[in-house]
Design a protein around this ligand. Structure first.
Ligand code: DSN
Length: 405
């Protein structure tokens, strides 16, 4: 028993479980996994080393592991409708790095959405290896709409002729137009990579259009809306399968984390069930209801609302920055992250916005009818950021609601 061997860590894990239970967990990249996913993650598969791929390993004793990984691969292919799946990348950033290794040489041109506009570090942002070692060109959102303008993306692509185009990101509240990105990529013979880390569960559940058939390469983490363990996958067409597999192993990694692979397989099984479709649609319904309720309370939402699980709030008009707001909300029992907003005049470590997601609270069982109450708590907490008793009162109300679920 952990509590006998290492009571300090056991106590901390228990404390974290209790903390998670009493909070409205609204970090857009987090979720609550099922007991089945947790059990697979904590299994004896963590004892195994299995460099290589099913049927072609560099270590013995793969009789069971090969079946586990093949199941994960087959389930990923079936769920997302793709030719090939690599389930070994250790997380989202390594998955995207594998794309660079597969298709680019250092100095080649890559195009992605800039980080402060909602993209990801690994889509060519300047502090990332992808921005330092490659010629990264970055598209933005329009200042007046907060949404990507596909004509601007096309003009930039025509001028810069990147070999790889990334679409997707970490703070995009609107539907990603995969067919439009695909037609731009086709025009300049670039490879389109759809990074669906945030929306993979919505895609699997039919609550966001799928990039399959538009993007020949798709990367995703497995732990956000998809509700699996901390891991990642690269899905692709048959033409790019060999390059992707060689880039992941031996290009970037040694042995895969087999316990994670098993848990990914479990999450993919769960995501293929009819209940998951309902879950994915409820995530979006919750986000829309929350966005409406926040708008009614005078909040300024980037792009004016949401089509998915994510809401990006610019707090400038509320005369508070993102960080003190996020810290006050945390004390009020509502956990989220401070986030840059497009064209943010403030610095990334002290930006103007907050980012909220509804995947976790939907797993907890919250419904659209409860979103006005959440918006009210958010509004009250932000208005009372320096008022500890007021924040404590909200935290007590949050705990009471969560106790009824
Ligand atoms: N972890 C991702 C997110 O929070 O969206 C960024 O890497």
């Amino acid at each position: 028993m952990l509590s006998n061997v290492d009571p300090e860590i056991a106590t901390l894990i228990q404390a974290e479980a209790a903390r998670q239970a009493r909070k409205l967990r609204m970090i857009a990249s987090e979720n609550d996994v099922s007991a089945a996913v947790l059990e697979a993650t904590g299994s004896v598969l963590t004892n195994k080393y299995s460099e290589g791929y099913p049927g072609k390993r560099y270590y013995e004793g793969q009789q069971i592991i090969d079946q586990v990984e093949q199941l994960a691969i087959d389930r990923a292919k079936a769920l997302f409708g793709v030719d090939h799946a690599n389930v070994q990348p250790l997380s989202g950033a390594p998955a995207n790095l594998a794309v660079y290794l597969a298709f680019l040489q250092p100095g080649d041109t890559v195009m992605g959405m800039s980080l402060p506009m909602g993209g990801h570090l690994t889509h060519g942002w300047n502090v990332s290896a992808t921005g330092k070692w490659f010629n990264a060109v970055q598209y933005e959102v329009r200042k007046d709409t907060g949404v990507v303008d596909m004509d601007e993306v096309r003009s930039l692509a025509m001028a810069e002729r990147p070999k790889v185009i990334f679409c997707g990101g970490t703070a995009i509240p609107r539907t990603i137009d995969f067919p439009a990105f695909a037609s731009i990529a086709q025009e300049i013979d670039a490879i389109l990579v759809a990074d669906i880390a945030h929306i993979a569960g919505l895609v699997a559940g039919g609550a966001h259009p799928s990039p399959a058939g538009h993007a020949p390469v798709i990367t995703t983490t497995t732990h956000k809306t998809l509700r699996g363990p901390r891991g990642a996958m690269i899905l692709c067409d048959a033409e790019h399968a060999r390059a992707i597999d060689r880039a992941v192993f031996p290009g970037l990694q040694g042995g895969p984390h087999d316990h994670t692979t098993a848990a990914i397989a479990v999450a993919l099984h769960e995501a293929s069930q009819p209940e998951f479709r309902e879950y994915a649609h409820t995530i979006v319904a919750n986000a829309r209801a929350l966005a409406d309720a926040l708008l009614e309370r005078g909040f300024d939402l980037v792009s004016g609302g949401t089509d998915n699980h994510l809401i990006l709030v610019d707090l400038t008009s509320k005369q508070i920055a993102g960080k003190p707001a996020a810290q006050a909300l945390d004390r009020a029992g509502i956990e989220l992250n401070y986030n840059a907003v497009p064209f943010d005049p403030r610095k990334p470590f002290d930006p103007s916005g907050i980012r909220l997601g509804t995947a976790g609270i939907t797993t907890r069982g919250l419904k659209p009818s409860q979103m006005p109450l959440l918006a009210d708590w958010i509004d009250r907490a932000i208005a009372s950021a320096d008022n500890e008793p007021a924040l404590e009162r909200i935290a007590a109300e949050v705990e009471e609601l969560l106790g009824t679920l």
